[in-house]
Design a protein around this ligand. Structure first.
Ligand code: URA
Length: 204
């Protein structure tokens, strides 16, 4: 069943942000979505992971990265010895954008305008959590964080110094790995993803 967040206004700044986010009507993406999917994790987290946007299961559950891509992500964290509970996990865009097709809801990529518009919330999350390391998973997150469009191969796997003494680290999006049809290439790319996340454990 869909999990809705409380509407009362709490003093806790993280809860207050989530309440505000939960009521977001800043763009039309909220209309067909079940609910806002806020970031989650401790306010004192040193590492923030940014994905693209919630998928079908995330939209229903109201939590980021709990569907198939979330399983790939969780496994990479586990292998790296990074506790998911200790990191902040969010998305560039906070509502699920999709096209209905029969009973299915087909994921649609958010466009540049939608990503830029939702940056308002990502900025608020960064200002609140003040992570030392921000991990952009995929080109959408990278664009949201830097305003630049880059091929992953150009920026992946090396820490990039950004504002406020933070590091930006770029890797691929876990859903990309699920879409690779050839088992051999998928296994290789998965291994590279695990290596990227593993190197984060050594950075922090
Ligand atoms: N893909 C994302 O980018 N984010 C999620 O939360 C789930 C899938």
């Amino acid at each position: 069943a869909a999990r809705k967040r409380s509407n009362s206004v709490p003093d806790d700044p993280m809860q207050a942000l989530q309440t505000e986010l939960g009521a977001c009507r800043r763009c039309p993406l909220h209309l067909p979505a079940t609910q806002t999917v806020c970031g989650e994790g401790p306010v004192e987290a040193e590492m923030m992971f940014v994905g693209e946007q919630p998928g079908d299961q995330e939209d229903l559950a109201g939590r980021p990265f709990i569907g198939p891509a979330g399983k790939v992500f969780d496994e990479a964290l586990l292998m790296a010895g990074i506790a998911r509970k200790g990191v902040y996990v969010t998305n560039a865009v906070k509502h699920f954008k999709y096209e209905p097709r029969g009973k299915r809801r087909i994921h649609q990529k958010p466009n540049m305008g939608e990503i830029q518009h939702c940056r308002w919330w990502l900025d608020r999350e960064i200002a609140l959590v003040k992570p030392k390391i921000i991990v952009a998973m995929g080109a959408t997150a990278f664009f949201a964080l830097t305003g630049e469009k880059k091929a992953m191969g150009e920026v992946r796997g090396m820490p990039i110094p950004i504002e406020a003494g933070r590091m930006l680290f770029v890797t691929v999006h876990p859903a990309y790995l699920l879409r690779i049809p050839e088992p051999q290439r998928r296994a290789e790319e998965l291994e590279r993803f695990h290596a990227d996340i593993g190197s984060l454990a050594r950075l922090s």
